[in-house]
Ligand binder design. Sequence first.
Ligand SMILES: [Zn+2]
Length: 216
Amino acid sequence: MPELVFFSGTMDCGKSTLALQIAHNRDARGLQGVIFTRDDRAGTGKLSSRLGLVTEAVEAPEGMDVYAYLVDQLSQGGKADYVIVDEAQFLAPAQIDQLARIVDDLGLDVYAFGITTDFRTKLFPGSQRLIELADRIEQLQVEALCWCGARATHNARTVGGHMVVEGEQVVVGDVNTAAEVVGYEVLCRRHHRRRMTSASSRAASLSPDVLPVTPA
Ligand SMILES: [Zn+2]
């Protein structure tokens, strides 16, 4: 039976690498996939991993009907044996419904890879819909680690090394604003709650007078 599978994890847990591996294994058996992505770090229409591998992909912008795209491809004689979606958290809930329809009506396996929660620990709408609809949810086994060595379960957004908990849900890539560098860091829940990034832990250990900020 074809399945909608949600491979979930934090940032840096190797999601895109696994997506590329799945595509490679299937291609080697003569199967052809359609790869969708959204806002990949390598640019529009790319699926890339932090290990440096890149492949062509179909950009799935807001408002695109991914089910209709597949039907269109197939009706024009295109071949598709499976579908991979990277950065699936960025898809709209309606697009996740379209993925389920690709499984049910077209009989294709769909492998969606995404982060479950944002830097405020809230579910991305796309990930929420995947949790609601997926036949199977796989927690990725390559564990990202917090600076303290514990398993990193939460994504933090940093501005100039300091963790922030306010702002837009989606800021694509590592964006340099006028004065401060916006980045991301994975943390264990304890250090996410204490807003303690690797930079702030170093600063705290270097200056014993300064106590780390511990919000209630
Ligand atoms: Zn930690």
